[in-house]
Design a protein around this ligand. Structure first.
Ligand code: SF4
Length: 378
C-alpha cells in the first residue's frame, strides 16, 4: 500500500532500532535509568503497542503514555450533560461512535439510547447538519469533541448552519487543545520527562510552533511524529539525538503531512467560531487554564450549552470519579494501565469504569487489545 508499506518496512525498522540502541548507549540510558519519552497522542500509544515497539526498542527507552485521548479526558459531568441533552424530548443527539460507551455518573450515551433517547452515530458534524436539514421539527445536537484535529470541521458546520439560518442545529462544544495540558504536566515536579513525541494530526492544523515553549521554557525536545512504526522509531531517534547533543528544539518528523505553520483555512475557521474558555475540566486532571474552547457569542444560537441551559453556561457540577479508578494517573503516565487495581478486574472493555478502556485511543484499551493478546500468546 503506497505511503503505508514504506513506513512499515522491516529492514528500515531494524536499522532505526540499531541506531536508537547506539544512541541510547551513548547517552548511558539503561533499564534502571531510562530516557522517558512521552508520546502525547493516544493514536501513537496504539501504534506503539500494535507494532510491539515497546518490546523491540532498547531497554533504556521508556514510553510514557500522555493525555492525548479526547474521549478519555472528558469528565463525567460532561457525559452526564450529554445524556441530559439527549434525553430532552424532541432532540436528536449525534456523536462519534467512540463516545457512546464512555461511562457517566448515571449512564453512558449507549445506555441512554437503549432507554429510548434518539442518539445517532455520525462520522462528521456535516452528517449532523444534514440531519438538521431533513428534520426541521427536531433539535439536532452534535457532540463536538476532540483536539485541534476535529475542531475545524465542527467550526465549518457552525458557519454553514449560520449561513443557512438553520436554527434547529447546535453543538455541545467539548473541544480541547494540546499545548496547555503539556504545560501543566511540565510544571508538575513529579513528572520526570526527557522529551516528547508530538501528535502529528494536531500539527496538521496548528503547525509545530505552538510547542516552542516546551523547548524554550522547559528545555525539553519535542518531535512531531507520524503514526507508522518507522515514523515513531525515527522520532525516538530524533529525541535521543537532541538529548545526546544537549539540545532542545521542536522538530518535525512528519513533514510529509505537517506544514510548519499549520493549515491557514482551518486556523481561520477556529479563530472565527471559538474562543478559549478561562478553564476546562479534564477527567482525572482537574481544571486546566485555557485548555478548552467555547463557541463565540456571535454564534450563540448554535451553542447547545446556551440553548439547553447546561454546563459552563450555568455553572459546573463537579462529579467525583469512580472510587479506586486510576484514570487520572494513567492519563499522565504516572501509572501504567496494568498498575490500576481495576484493570481486568472491575474494568474491562465489556464493563468499563473509565474511558481509557473503551476509547480507540485509550491507553488501557491499547494494553488490553495488544499487550494482553501478546502475553496470552507467549
Ligand atoms: S483500567 Fe479502567 S479504571 Fe483503571 S485506569 Fe484504565 S480505564 Fe481507568
Amino acid at each position: 500500500m503506497k505511503f503505508a508499506s514504506e513506513f512499515r518496512d522491516p529492514a528500515a525498522a531494524r536499522a532505526l532500532l540499531s541506531a536508537i540502541a547506539r544512541k541510547a548507549d551513548e547517552i548511558g540510558a539503561t533499564r534502571a535509568n531510562p530516557v522517558h519519552i512521552m508520546e502525547i497522542c493516544g493514536g501513537h500509544t496504539h501504534s506503539i503497542f500494535r507494532y510491539g515497539l515497546d518490546k523491540l526498542i532498547h531497554e533504556g527507552v521508556e514510553f510514557i503514555h500522555g493525555p492525548g485521548c479526547p474521549v478519555c479526558v472528558l469528565p463525567m459531568a460532561r457525559v452526564d450533560e450529554c445524556v441530559e441533552i439527549a434525553e430532552t424530548p424532541g432532540v436528536i443527539f449525534t456523536t462519534f461512535g467512540d463516545a457512546m460507551r464512555v461511562p457517566g455518573h448515571r449512564k453512558s450515551l449507549l445506555q441512554a439510547k437503549s432507554g429510548g433517547a434518539d442518539i445517532r452515530m455520525v462520522y462528521s458534524p456535516l452528517d449532523a447538519l444534514e440531519l438538521a436539514r431533513r428534520n426541521p421539527g427536531r433539535e439536532v445536537v452534535f457532540f463536538g469533541l476532540g483536539f485541534e484535529t476535529t475542531t475545524p470541521s465542527t467550526a465549518l458546520s457552525i458557519q454553514a448552519a449560520a449561513r443557512e439560518g438553520l436554527n434547529n442545529f447546535s453543538v455541545f462544544c467539548n473541544h480541547i487543545t494540546v499545548p496547555e495540558p503539556i504545560r501543566a504536566l511540565l510544571g508538575d515536579p513529579d513528572m520526570m520527562l526527557d522529551g516528547f513525541i508530538g501528535p502529528g494530526h494536531v500539527s496538521m492544523v496548528i503547525g509545530i510552533h505552538p510547542y516552542d515553549f516546551i523547548a524554550r521554557d522547559f528545555g525539553k525536545p519535542i518531535v512531531v511524529a507520524g503514526f507508522e512504526p518507522t515514523d515513531l522509531l525515527q522520532s525516538v531517534l530524533m529525541v535521543l539525538t537532541q538529548v545526546a547533543e544537549g539540545r532542545a528544539a521542536v522538530e518535525n518528523q512528519y513533514a510529509r503531512v505537517v506544514p510548519e505553520h499549520g493549515n491557514p483555512v482551518s486556523l481561520a475557521a477556529i479563530a472565527d467560531v471559538y474562543e478559549a474558555r478561562p478553564s476546562f475540566e479534564w477527567r482525572g486532571l482537574g481544571e486546566i487554564d485555557a485548555s478548552g474552547l467555547r463557541i463565540r457569542p456571535r454564534y450563540a444560537a448554535f451553542d447547545a450549552e446556551e440553548k439547553f441551559g447546561i454546563g459552563y453556561a450555568t455553572g459546573r457540577r463537579n462529579v467525583p470519579e469512580v472510587e479506586g479508578c486510576a484514570c487520572g494517573a494513567v492519563m499522565i503516565g504516572k501509572l501504567k494501565p496494568t498498575q490500576c487495581p481495576q484493570f481486568g478486574n472491575g474494568c474491562t472493555p465489556e464493563m468499563p469504569l473509565g474511558a481509557l478502556m473503551v476509547s480507540s485511543e485509550g491507553a488501557c484499551a491499547a494494553y488490553w487489545q495488544y499487550a494482553g493478546a501478546r502475553e496470552a500468546m507467549a
